[in-house]
Design a protein around this ligand. Structure first.
Ligand SMILES: Cc1cc2nc3c(=O)[nH]c(=O)nc-3n(C[C@H](O)[C@H](O)[C@H](O)COP(=O)(O)OP(=O)(O)OC[C@H]3O[C@@H](n4cnc5c(N)ncnc54)[C@H](O)[C@@H]3O)c2cc1C
Length: 308
């Protein structure tokens, strides 16, 4: 047997373990989490067990050492079963990749490898004043001797209030302008972190609410890269992972939606014809609903009806 074939067998095994985690855990909890706005912690643990939360990370720090294509494939497969878990997964892989590419060995040991790779991370970049122009920041870190203090209001942060660490983007102390950016790893247990509520019509389990950092102390050992290196970090890491990952999750959602007859809850709500779960009404009359086929859309439609 050639080396190529051996590599292929290894890869198939990695994918079969991903599929098993999705099938036995992510899929099973999707409806309940969405209905109750319950954070999918157990789903991320199930994805961490076969190493998929460290998909891009170096193997010497517990990662799988795979590429962006495999990351996109995983996000796509997760998105087909649960968009909320998909978003949490993408933001986690992005935060981990920032450390993987720009962190030092000490940071990789403490945030990527510790506890068998089960620590959950996320990005915290967006601010209300700059919105979609998220490469600009108005918040600014200040100095505390050789350490830093963060005061920032972020408009959205997936896994807010739940993450074990936040990769926070803000202006460097004494920044020349809004693009003079630095990145910090903030311990989720640090005092001064105040997550706001996440009240959304859909993807209710991903907790992408606002978050406030009030006088949060960050030791210098948790600054990522050099001061002012933020622009490079955004272009080389944050943007590719964010754009590829989100695209893959929504592609997965679209695929599942097309299996529901191509009609989403939004279409049905706008047509005012919502009287039964979308998963059922999305099929031709008389068609039998494949078990679990249209999960995630029904709870959203039910809530839309209640709020109407
Ligand atoms: C579910 C969810 C999860 C998220 N997770 C995270 C996260 O983990 N971390 C994080 O940092 N952020 C996160 N975000 C934020 C996201 O990345 C975007 O930054 C944010 O949604 C855009 O900001 P805004 O809503 O204020 O839109 P705005 O920037 O106010 O834009 C609103 C609209 O105006 C348009 N617009 C804006 N500026 C212009 C212009 N100059 N000319 C013409 N049109 C313009 C936009 O295209 C858009 O249609 C999340 C958002 C969502 C919805």
């Amino acid at each position: 047997m050639s080396k190529d074939n051996l590599a292929r067998i290894g890869q198939d095994d990695i994918y079969s373990r991903l599929d098993a985690a999705i099938e036995t855990t992510v899929k099973v909890h999707a409806d309940r989490n969405d209905l109750e706005g319950r954070f999918p912690r157990e789903n991320l643990q199930a994805l961490a067990a076969p190493g998929w939360t460290g998909v891009l990370n170096e193997p010497r720090f517990g990662g799988l050492g795979l590429g962006h294509g495999d990351f996109a494939e995983a996000a796509y497969r997760i998105g087909q079963q649960d968009a909320s878990t998909g978003l949490v997964y993408v933001m986690h892989v992005g935060a981990a990749q920032t450390i993987n590419l720009f962190g030092n060995d000490d940071q990789k040991e403490r945030w990527l490898k510790a506890t068998g790779g089960t620590l959950l991370g996320t990005y915290s970049t967006s601010e209300r004043a700059s919105g979609g122009h998220w490469w600009y920041n108005f918040s600014e870190a200040s100095r505390d001797g050789e350490n830093y203090v963060l005061n920032a209001e972020k408009s959205f942060t997936t896994s807010s209030g739940q993450a074990d660490f936040y990769v926070v983007q803000t202006r460097s102390p004494g920044a020349k302008d809004q693009t003079d950016i630095s990145f910090f790893i903030v311990d989720g247990k640090a005092s001064g972190i105040d997550p706001g509520p996440w009240e959304a019509l859909g993807v209710r389990a991903n907790h992408s609410g606002p978050i406030r950092y009030g006088d949060v102390k960050v030791p210098s050992r948790d600054r990522l890269g050099a001061e002012g290196q933020g622009k490079e970090i955004i272009y080389d890491d944050v943007s590719p992972v964010y754009l590829i990952g989100l695209g893959a999750v929504w592609e997965g959602v679209a695929r599942r939606s097309s299996q529901c007859g191509g009609r989403t809850h939004l279409e049905l709500c706008s047509q005012g014809q919502e009287q039964k779960p979308v998963g059922l009404s999305g099929h031709p009359p008389g068609a039998r609903r494949r078990k679990g086929a249209c999960r995630n859309f029904a709870p959203v439609a039910q809530r839309a009806r209640r709020q109407a």
